[in-house]
Design a protein around this ligand. Structure first.
Ligand code: AMP
Length: 228
């Protein structure tokens, strides 16, 4: 199974994909995470990506495609893979199709998580991250002491690309460059499920699981029912 998760920043793709990895053994390719790891490691790629990321702009396609191809090459040929935050442009979507076709594979499911812009601004704008990885939200899940991690006592980080102006830029970039990919997939083979990302984490997860189980037209496995 190869699945692609689409949706604006803050839609909950990371939360949902972490659950799928835990429950279904997917491997994940999240280009945002790969880029942040490269930045932290101080690699050439990380340094090159920094200015795009901090401004809420997309890192050039050729850089991203090379990164994804390298990561894909390290996975077993039949591993179930979940793409989160990739593809983000039509050239990336086409490059992914080409790379998968070289090993006889293809994108089999596309899940789009939709959330309104105001919710994105609140979710991402309120996000503060502990150096140990724990994520807080100053509106919905604040630390006990303002600006300090409950677990480690360290100061919380407000990512540069989580500041309001940059979030707005990321949303505009999503609309202009990433949303057209939905139509691209709708014209192609994989079933595309558009889900409401406002249902709450567990309800959304049920919808995501159902969307992944749903078989393309013509296949014989029973359709799931009940959970949407
Ligand atoms: P994310 O954590 O997925 O929101 O990604 C954070 C930032 O990394 C984005 O705002 C982009 O600057 C960059 N980035 C991540 N994935 C891609 C991609 N597929 N194409 C271009 N830039 C990306």
């Amino acid at each position: 199974m190869i699945a692609v998760f689409l949706g604006p920043p803050g839609a909950g793709k990371g939360t949902q994909s972490a659950k799928l990895i835990r429950d279904l053994g997917f491997r994940k390719i999240a280009t945002g995470d790969l880029l942040r790891a490269a930045r932290q490691a101080g690699t050439e790629l990380g340094d090159a990506a920094r200015r795009y990321m901090d401004a809420g702009e997309l890192v050039p396609d050729e850089v991203i495609v090379a990164l994804v191809e390298e990561t894909l090459g390290g996975f077993p040929a039949d591993a179930p893979i979940l793409f989160d935050g990739f593809p983000r442009t039509l050239p990336q979507a086409r490059a992914l199709d080409d790379a998968l076709a070289r090993t006889g594979r293809a994108v089999e499911r596309v899940v789009v998580l939709d959330v309104p812009e105001q919710v994105v601004l609140r979710r991402i704008g309120g996000r503060r991250i502990s150096p140990n990885g724990r994520v807080y939200n100053i509106h919905d899940d604040p630390p006990r002491v303002d600006g300090v991690c409950d677990e480690t006592g360290e100061p919380l980080i407000h990512r540069k690309d989580d500041r309001p102006q940059t979030i707005l830029r990321r949303l505009r970039v999503y609309e202009a460059q990433t949303e057209p990919i939905i139509a691209y997939y709708e014209e192609g083979a994989p079933p595309v499920a558009r889900l409401d990302g406002m249902q709450g984490i567990e309800e959304t997860y049920r919808s995501v699981r159902a969307a992944l189980r749903r078989m393309p037209a013509g296949e014989t496995e029973p359709r799931c029912n009940g959970t949407k």
